[in-house]
Design a binder for this molecule. Sequence first.
Ligand code: S3P
Length: 437
Amino acid sequence: MKNYLKIERLIQPFKKKISVEGDKSISIRWVLLSLLSKKKSTAYNILKSEDIKSALNCAKKLGAKVKLYKNRCEIKGIGFKNEFKKDLILNAGNSGTLGRLILGFLVDSKNKIKLIGDQSLSKRDFSRVTEPLQKFGAKFYINKKKLPLVIKGSNSPKSINYFEKKGSAQCKTSIMLAALKSKGQTKIKAKKSRNHTELLFKHLGIPITVKSKRNFDYISVKNTNQIKSLNYKIPGDISSCSFFIVLTILSKKSELLIRNININPSRLGIIKILKKMGASIKIINSRSYNGEKIGDILVKSSKNLKSINCPVKYNSSAIDEFLVIFLVAARAKGVSFFKDLSELNKKESPRLIWGSKILKLIGIKNKITKETIKIYGNPNLLINKKIIIKNFLKDHRVFMMSAIAGLTFGGKWQISDKNSINTSFPSFLEKLQYLEQ
Ligand code: S3P
C-alpha cells in the first residue's frame, strides 16, 4: 500500500462533532505507574498507538502482565521489584517520553538493561535524564549522549536536589519516578511544564508536595515501597485535537465540537495563543476528574486573524502544538514572533526548522534562528503549486501539520510517511475523512 498522502483540494465547509484518542502523556504515565503497582490496574480510552505499544512491551519485558481489550487495558504490575531478566533490551521506539521516563523507573535496577529506540529517538539527547539519574547513583554506558545506552541501577539510590531548567516534563517525571525508589526526600525546582505526573502521584496517595510559584514549581517526593492500583479513564489528547482546531479556524464556514478533552492548564497554551490571535474557540462543559480538568472544545472558522508576539510563558504548555500554530500565523495579518523555542528542535525532528521549511514552501516569508521564528502572515494566501514533503524523520506532527496546510491553503500535496501518525494519532486520517463526508 502506498505510504503517502495526496491532498489536491481544500476541505469543504463542515459542522461536526468528534472526539480524539486518549492523551499520550497520561497513557504512558498510566503504563509506568501500573507497572509499579502489584495490583491490577485498568485504563479506559488508553491511546492505542505505537508509542503506547512500545510502553506496554517494555512493561511486559519487565515482568508485568498486560491485557489489551477493545475498550480497556489491564496491567498487573511488578511493584518495586528491581531484579530483571539478564541481558534485557527495552525498545522505546519513537517515544522520547517512554525512553526518558523508564530510565527513572530503572534507577535501582540490579541488572544492566539496554535501552534502544528508532532512528529519530537515537538522534535525541538523553543526557538530560542520565545526568540527574547519575546523581541518584545510577550508572550509564552511553556514547555522545544518545541511544543506545545501558543503565545499571544503584543498590541504594539516594534522594537528590535538582534544578530542572528546561521546562521538560519528561526530565521532571523521570526524576520523580527515581525519587519514589530513593531513600529520603527528593526536591525538584522545575521550570513550569505539564503536571500530569504530580496529579497522578496525588491521586495515588504518593507522598508529594507541590508549591507553585510564578515561573517554577517546587516539588518534593518521598520514597515509598508500594503503590495502589491505578484505575483511570484517560481523556482525549489536546495535542491531537490541535490539528482539528486549526483546521476549523482556517476553513470557511465550519464549526467543530471536540468532546472530552484534557484541558489541564499546563496543556492549554494553544488555546490561549490562538484566542489572542483572534480565533473563535470556547471551552464548554468543563469538569474535574481526579485532579485533571476535562472539557469540550467548540471552535469556529475565524476571519481577521491577528499576528502575535508570543509570550514565552506559553511555550511549555504549547510545546507540541507550535507547528500548527505557525499555520495560523501564516494566515494572520502582520508579523508574528515566537521566541525561546530551542526545545522545538529537539523533538522527533528539528521542528522549528521543519516549520520554517514548510512555511517557505507555501510561500510564507519567515526568518529563523536557533530559537526564534518570525512569520510574515498573508491573510490572502492561496497556494497553486505542487508541494512534496519527505525525509522528515517520520515526525508525526510534521506529517499532520502538512495535511492541515494542504486542506486549508490549497495546492497539490504529496506527503510521505503516512504511517508516521501511528505513533500518536492513528485515527487522524479517518477523522479527516469523516469531516469531509
Ligand atoms: C511530554 C513532554 C514534552 C512533550 C512530549 C510529551 C510528556 O516533552 O514534547 O510530547 O509526556 O512528558 P518535554 O518534556 O521534553 O518538553
